[in-house]
Design a protein around this ligand. Structure first.
Ligand code: PMP
Length: 443
């Protein structure tokens, strides 16, 4: 019985004690510290397919998937081999490499709305660069973002941000200057009228609107039909750019990301895309992509400066390329199927215990919102996401952990599946659900 208690992870507990004496909070990215669920973060030592193994030797079905990159599952043989071969040729050159062009071409093949790519190392760098490029191209300063959307820890984009900022219930971040904060206009998500109003007033000062292609950092809150297209139309009418942040959705929800499911079908495209996560296959690669006329304003061709010692790193680009090349139609079909089955099973388990909830989906991304309001009217924005029964999440999370399932340790995050989640892994999740639903009901 004690083996199933949240803190029955003695090696992880010991490692966490050591880590806290060396790293702020014992972690290098806040949500990993289990701040909102309590207990001992599991220190992971290895991973294969749909499973991760912790320092105590316990195996979990992984529904975090490194927060998105691992669409093929962990340690996919083709990706590991590509990385090993690249590493054997040298780790970093600080010069152009053939692999950078291979990866850029693969991105452009999947996203024909763009025709140039700049590779960087993190999603944060990608959105930071996209914002600078938009300002450089328009000669304007203001940026419009939406409450609950997370775009990395860029100073100007931390206001009312999702992900860890939401998990820790912070309004933004200390250390962002008032001047920077004043250049960001934050609007409620899915509210086109609010966007129209702000543009009517200050449209000639707005450089760009930045959106999560389909938000997944306040839980999964998809755009209402026509919302993204409306943003594109409004921005264009005022000479502003639309930056579609696909760091999380890109090459995960489909071969061409969220744009492949929406914009390309509706016949429109954002001005700039940002990618990350999947595009590096688990190593640090991210990207900005867009039309040549805009992208060639970047140095060395244009006046907008951007650079990186490790940008386009040969080992990292090899991982991204191998991942994208292996991500065929079957991979996406399997992820869709796994997400569908899991969401239905979660919903059935919660319903059986009388826990009011709603599953929201965006392609193969989904998350669970607890509470009567969420169940009745759904969750269209950050205010509604915050108003859910947050307290049901921690007991649910810990019961799943005890049942051998690694869920995101925050109610404001999506669940991530991979094509390696086979029926055996699914069965393990299903067998953990009834106890977790009971724990959520008892909260
Ligand atoms: N944009 C979105 C939509 C994200 O989900 C994230 C990370 N979760 C980022 C940007 C930042 O990426 P990174 O953590 O690689 O800096």
């Amino acid at each position: 019985k004690t083996a199933t208690l949240p803190d029955a992870a003695p090696r992880s507990a010991e490692l966490f004690t050591r880590a806290r004496a060396a790293l702020p909070g014992g972690v290098n990215s806040p949500v990993r510290g289990y701040g909102s669920v309590g207990g001992t973060p599991r220190f992971l030592v290895s991973a294969r397919g749909p499973y991760v193994t912790d320092a105590d030797g316990r195996e979990y079905v992984d529904l975090v998937c490194s927060w998105g990159p691992m669409i093929l599952g962990h340690a996919h043989p083709a990706v590991v081999e590509a990385v090993q071969q690249a590493a054997a040729r040298g780790l970093s050159f600080g010069a152009p490499t053939p692999g950078e062009t291979d990866l850029a071409e693969e991105i452009l093949r999947r996203v024909p709305a763009a025709d140039r790519v700049r590779l960087v190392s993190t999603g944060t760098e990608a959105t930071m660069t996209a914002v600078r490029l938009a300002r450089g191209a328009t000669g304007r300063d203001l940026i419009v973002k939406f409450a609950g959307c997370y775009h990395g820890h860029v100073d100007s984009l931390l206001a009312q941000a999702g992900s860890g900022v939401a998990t820790l219930a912070l309004p933004g971040s200390a250390g962002v200057t008032a001047a920077t904060a004043a250049e960001t206009i934050v609007l409620p998500y899915n509210d086109l009228a609010a966007v129209e109003a702000v543009f009517a007033e200050r449209g000639d000062q707005i450089a760009a609107v930045i959106i999560e292609a389909s938000p997944a950092n306040m839980g999964v809150v998809p755009p209402l039909p026509g919302f993204n297209a409306g943003l594109s139309r409004i921005a264009r009418a005022h000479g502003a750019l639309l930056i579609q942040d696909e760091v999380l959705t890109g090459f995960r929800v489909g071969p061409s990301g969220w744009w492949g499911l929406e914009g390309s079908v509706e016949g429109w495209a954002p001005d700039l895309f940002t990618f990350g996560k999947v595009v590096g296959g688990g190593l640090p690669v991210a990207a900005i992509a867009g039309p040549a006329a805009l992208m060639e304003r970047l140095a060395p061709l244009g006046p907008v400066y951007q650079a990186g010692t490790l940008s386009g790193n040969p080992v990292a680009t090899a991982a991204g390329l191998a991942t994208l090349r292996a991500a065929d139609a079957g991979v996406y079909a399997r992820m869709d199927d796994v997400a569908l089955q899991l969401g239905e099973a979660v919903s059935a388990a919660l319903a059986a215990e009388g826990v009011a909830h709603r599953i929201q989906r965006a392609g193969n991304l989904f998350s669970v919102f607890f509470g009567d309001d969420a169940a009745r009217v759904g969750v269209p924005d950050f205010a509604a996401a915050q108003a859910q029964d947050v307290f049901r999440h921690a007991p649910f999370f810990h019961a799943m952990l005890a049942g051998g399932v690694n869920l995101p340790p925050s109610v404001f995050e999506a669940w991530f599946v991979s094509a390696a989640h086979d029926d055996a892994a699914l069965d393990r999740v299903l067998s953990a659900l009834p106890a977790a639903a009971r724990a959520a009901a008892a909260a």
